[in-house]
Design a protein around this ligand. Structure first.
Ligand code: NAD
Length: 347
C-alpha cells in the first residue's frame, strides 16, 4: 500500500466504514500544498477494495494536476464510495459521507463524479460545508463542454492553421452531459458531426438536433475526420484504437484517455495532436471551485474560455522542445505543485 502511495505521490488515504448506512468510503488526498484538496465523489461498484483504492489514488493525482494547471488555489483528491450490494438508504449514506468529510476539517472538498448527482451533494451538504456541485451551485458539465469547445478551436488553429470550425468534421464518442453540449457548440460553429454512444437515445437526440451522422461504438475510431473528441470513458487511447485513428487531432473531455503513458508517445510519433485531458476538461473544476469561492460568473466564464490559450502555449512549447505534449503537461503540473511545496516549507 505505501509503495503504491509513494509511486502515485499520494499524501494521505482516509477510510470510513459505517455498517448502519452501508457506507464504505475511501478519500485519497494527493496534495494539499496549493490549498484544500478538491475532487469528485465516485459511487460505483468495484471488483475488490484494492481496485477502489487504486482508482481513488489515480484520480486524485489527476485532480492535483488539473487544479495546478488551471491555477486554482487547490490540491487534488478523489473519494470513492463502494456501491453496496444490498438495499440501502441513499440519502442516509450520503449524509454519513458528509459527516466523514467534516471530520477531515476542510482538508478535502467533495464534488459530483460518476455515479453521483446534485441531490447527493445536497444530502452531503446537510452534514458538511466542504461540498460543491449542490443545487445552489449547479451542474459543471456545460462549463466542461465550453472548455472542450475552446480547446478544439485552439487545437485546430495550431495543427491545421484554421481560425474557424465551419465545415470541419468532428467525431464525438459519448454524447452524455458533456458530449451533447460539445456537439451543440460545434454544430453552432458550423462543424459536421459524427457521434457514437452505448445508448441509442442520446445518439437520436444528436441526429435530430444537429443533423449528426451516427456510427456503432466500435466504429468511431476509424472514421476519417479533422478532430476526434472522446467524451465517454477513459483508457480508450490504446494500441488497438490508435492504429485505427484517421484524425490529426484528439481533443475531448474523458478523464484518463491514455491507456498508458507510452500511448501519448505513439500519438506524437503518428503526428496526432493530443490535448491533455486534465487541461482541456478543466472547465467543470474551474466552475465548481470558483462558484464555491463565490466568484462572479463572468470571471469564471472568462477563465474557462482561456483553456484554449493555455493549450496553445503548451503546444508551442512542446513543439519547440520536442517533448511529447502529455509529458510536458505532467512536468508543468508537477513543477507548479513542487514550487508550492517549497514555499510552504520556507514559510
Ligand atoms: P455521462 O455519463 O453523462 O456521458 C457519457 C456518455 O458516454 C454516456 O452517454 C455513455 O453511454 C457514453 N459512453 C461511455 N462509453 C462509451 C463508449 N465506449 N462508446 C460510446 N459511448 C460511450 O458523462 P459526462 O458527465 O458527459 O462525462 C463524460 C466524460 O468526461 C467522462 O469521462 C467524465 O469523467 C469526463 N469529465 C466530465 C466532467 C463533467 O463536468 N461532467 C468534467 C471532467 C471530465
Amino acid at each position: 500500500m505505501f509503495k503504491q502511495m509513494e509511486s502515485n505521490g499520494a499524501q494521505r488515504l482516509h477510510f470510513c466504514s459505517d455498517p448502519a448506512t452501508g457506507l464504505k468510503a475511501i478519500i485519497a488526498i494527493h496534495s494539499t500544498l496549493r490549498g484544500p484538496a478538491i475532487g469528485g465523489c465516485r459511487f460505483i461498484s468495484y471488483q475488490n477494495d484494492n481496485d477502489a483504492i487504486t482508482d481513488a489514488m489515480r484520480l486524485a493525482r489527476g485532480m492535483s494536476y488539473k487544479s495546478a494547471l488551471a491555477g486554482l488555489p487547490h490540491g487534488g483528491a478523489k473519494s470513492v464510495l463502494i456501491y453496496p450490494d444490498h438495499p440501502f438508504d441513499r440519502a442516509a449514506l450520503m449524509q454519513q459521507f458528509g459527516q466523514f468529510v467534516t471530520e477531515l476539517g476542510g482538508e478535502y472538498i467533495t464534488a459530483m463524479d460518476s455515479g453521483t448527482q446534485i441531490s447527493d451533494m445536497d444530502n452531503i451538504s446537510m452534514k458538511t460545508r466542504w461540498v460543491t456541485c449542490t443545487s445552489e451551485i449547479g451542474d459543471p458539465s456545460p462549463h466542461t463542454a465550453l472548455g472542450v469547445f475552446e480547446g478544439i478551436k485552439a487545437s485546430v488553429k495550431f495543427k491545421l492553421g484554421l481560425q474557424s470550425l465551419s465545415g470541419l468534421h468532428v467525431t464525438i464518442q459519448g454524447v452524455g452531459h458533456v458530449g451533447y453540449e460539445v456537439a451543440r457548440l460545434l454544430h453552432q460553429a458550423g462543424a459536421i458531426l459524427t457521434v457514437s454512444d452505448m445508448n441509442t437515445e442520446p445518439v437520436k437526440r444528436c441526429q435530430r438536433d444537429f443533423q449528426a451522422s451516427a456510427v456503432a461504438p466500435d466504429d468511431i475510431y476509424s472514421v476519417p475526420a479533422e478532430v476526434f473528441c472522446p467524451c465517454g470513458l477513459g483508457a480508450i487511447l490504446n494500441d488497438e484504437h490508435i492504429s485505427q485513428l484517421q484524425v490529426p487531432i484528439i481533443a475531448g473531455s474523458a478523464n484518463n484517455q491514455l491507456a498508458q503513458e507510452h500511448h501519448g508517445d505513439q500519438l506524437k510519433d503518428k503526428g496526432i495532436l493530443y490535448a491533455p485531458d486534465y487541461l482541456i476538461n478543466s472547465g467543470g473544476l474551474i466552475f465548481v471551485a470558483l462558484q464555491y469561492a463565490k466568484q462572479p460568473a463572468a470571471m469564471i466564464r472568462n477563465k474557462v474560455i482561456r483553456i484554449g490559450d493555455s493549450l496553445l502555449h503548451l503546444y508551442k512549447e512542446a513543439e519547440q522542445s520536442g517533448t511529447a505534449i502529455h509529458r510536458l503537461a505532467d512536468e508543468r503540473a508537477q513543477s507548479i505543485i513542487a514550487s508550492a511545496g517549497k514555499m510552504t516549507s520556507a514559510a
